[in-house]
Design a protein around this ligand. Structure first.
Ligand code: TXA
Ligand code: MG
Length: 322
C-alpha cells in the first residue's frame, strides 16, 4: 500500500522517488495528480500503467516557472499574456513543442504540441527542487472520477503507487481549463477551474468551443469521470430509490424519496459546487444507489465545467480514455 505523508513531511521522499523514475500522487490546486518525471520514458510509462489507460493519451507537463516553460514550448503573444495572468493556477495552455525540449515523446503521445501548466503550492515547489517538469494526469484509474482528497487516491490507486502526498482537499476541485491559441484566436479544449469568461476578459477575444476539441483532447471523450451508479441530469423530481445530488436552496420535487442526498452548494455558489463535485459524486456512489439524480446547475461561470463533467459522468460507459 502507498505510504501517505503530509505535504510538510513529504518533500524529500517525493524527490527521491521521482529522481529514481518512480511515480507519486501529489496535491495540486485543481485535483490530485499522478506525477512522474516528464523527461523519463519509464516514469511516464508507469503513469499509464498505474492508471490502466487503454491508450497513451498526451499528458499535461507541469512546470515550476517561466524559465522551465521556455525550455519546453514556444509561446505566442496571446498564450504568454494568459500565462502571465493565470500562472501559477488552474489554466493549461496547449503550445508548440520545441525540438530541443527534453520531454519524453511518450508524455506527448508523439504530438508536436504540448499541454503545459504551472501548479500552485506543493507541486510547484517539488518541480522547482527536482529541476524537471512533471507529467501528471489526474490521480484516478482510467475513466473514473478525479480524486480531490488523498483518501480518494488511496482507495483507487493505493496498491499501485509508493507514495501519496496529502495536502488536504484540493481547493478548486475541477481539473484545469485547457485552451489553445491559433493565429490570434483561442479555442476552449476543456472547460475547467478557471471560468471561460475570466479568460476572455484577459484575452480580449472570445473562446471558440466545439470543433476538433474531442480529437485533440482525447481525455474529453465519452465516459470520462464515471461513477459506478447511473447519473440522471437536470432532475426536477426524484424517483424512488435515487440518490440526489442537489444544488442551491430549492429542492427538486419529491426530494423526500432520495435514498441519500448531498448538496453541492446550499447557497448556490458555483465555486463551492466545483470543489465538492467529485467527492460528493463518490460519496453518493458509495451509498449503493443505482441512480444519482442531479438537480440543474446554471451554465455560467464554473457551471460550464461542472456541467461538462456531469454530462460525461452520465454518458454510456464504453471506451474510458482518461
Ligand atoms: O488540473 C489538471 O489539469 C490535472 C492536474 C493533475 O494538473 N491534470 C489533468 O490531466 O487533468 P489529464 O491527463 O487527466 O488530462 C489532460 C488533458 C487530456 O484531456 C489530454 O487529452 C489533454 O489534456 N492534452 C494533453 N496534451 C494535449 C495536447 N498536446 N493537445 C491537446 N490536448 C492535450
Ligand atoms: Mg483525468
Amino acid at each position: 500500500m502507498a505510504e501517505i505523508l503530509a505535504t510538510g513531511d513529504a518533500m524529500q521522499r517525493a524527490l527521491a522517488l521521482l529522481g529514481a523514475g518512480e511515480i507519486v500522487a501529489i496535491p495540486t490546486e485543481t485535483v490530485y495528480g499522478l506525477a512522474g518525471d516528464a523527461t523519463n520514458g519509464g516514469a511516464v510509462a508507469r503513469i499509464f500503467e498505474a492508471k490502466g489507460r487503454p491508450r497513451f493519451n498526451p499528458l499535461i507537463a507541469h512546470v515550476a516557472d517561466m524559465a522551465m516553460a521556455a525550455q519546453i514550448a514556444g509561446f505566442d503573444p496571446l498564450s504568454r499574456k494568459l500565462a502571465e495572468k493565470f500562472w501559477p493556477g488552474p489554466l493549461t495552455l496547449v503550445l508548440s513543442l520545441l525540438a530541443k525540449s527534453s520531454i519524453h515523446p511518450l508524455a506527448t503521445a508523439g504530438l508536436d504540441t504540448i499541454a503545459l501548466r504551472m501548479p500552485r503550492g506543493f507541486g510547484g515547489e517539488l518541480i522547482a527542487r527536482l529541476g524537471h517538469p512533471l507529467a501528471a494526469p489526474s490521480a484516478n484509474s482510467s475513466g473514473r472520477i478525479s480524486a480531490t482528497t488523498a483518501q480518494a487516491v488511496a482507495g483507487d490507486l493505493g496498491a499501485r503507487i509508493p507514495l501519496i502526498v496529502d495536502g488536504g482537499p484540493t481547493p478548486v476541485g475541477l481539473e484545469s481549463t485547457i485552451v489553445k491559441a491559433e493565429d490570434g484566436r483561442l479555442r476552449l479544449l476543456r472547460p475547467g477551474g478557471i471560468a471561460a469568461e475570466e479568460i476572455e476578459a484577459i484575452a480580449g477575444v472570445e473562446l471558440q468551443r466545439g470543433g476538433k476539441a474531442g480529437v485533440e483532447a482525447p481525455g474529453m471523450l465519452a465516459s470520462h469521470y464515471a461513477p459506478g451508479a447511473a447519473v440522471r441530469l437536470n432532475a426536477t423530481e426524484v424517483m424512488p430509490g435515487e440518490a440526489l445530488l442537489a444544488f442551491g436552496p430549492e429542492r427538486a420535487a419529491h426530494s423526500y424519496r432520495a435514498a441519500a442526498e448531498l448538496n453541492l452548494s446550499p447557497a448556490g455558489d458555483l465555486r463551492e459546487a466545483a470543489a465538492n463535485l467529485f467527492s460528493h459524486l463518490m460519496e453518493l456512489d458509495r451509498s449503493g444507489t443505482a441512480t444519482i439524480a442531479v438537480e440543474p446547475i446554471p451554465q455560467q461561470g464554473l457551471g460550464e465545467a461542472i456541467n461538462d463533467r456531469l454530462s460525461r459522468a452520465a454518458a454510456p460507459r464504453d471506451m474510458p480514455l482518461g
